[in-house]
Design a protein. Structure first.
Length: 78
């Protein structure tokens, strides 16, 4: 795990801190979702994920910041 950045996703009303890391040599989780979990898994190439963060197809703050920070760290430019 390589540290990327930290930020405050809701500093106006929470004291939460988000920490973002790059994980390497990972494998997919083979476990099925629980009955009350509704996640869509979508595997895309890293440059496409960064493009999705830039053009607002990804809007969730932690994912967006982590992708953009990773792109900068890895030297990826749109």
């Amino acid at each position: 795990m390589t540290f990327l950045t930290r930020f405050f996703p809701s500093s106006a009303y929470l004291d939460e801190t988000a920490y973002c890391y790059i994980g390497e040599d990972l494998s997919a989780d083979p476990l099925a979702s629980d009955d009350d979990e509704f996640f869509e898994r979508l595997v895309v190439p890293f440059p496409e994920a960064v493009a999705m963060a830039i053009d607002d197809r990804i809007t969730e703050s932690v994912s967006k910041v982590a992708l953009l920070a990773a792109a900068l760290k890895l030297g990826l430019r749109p």
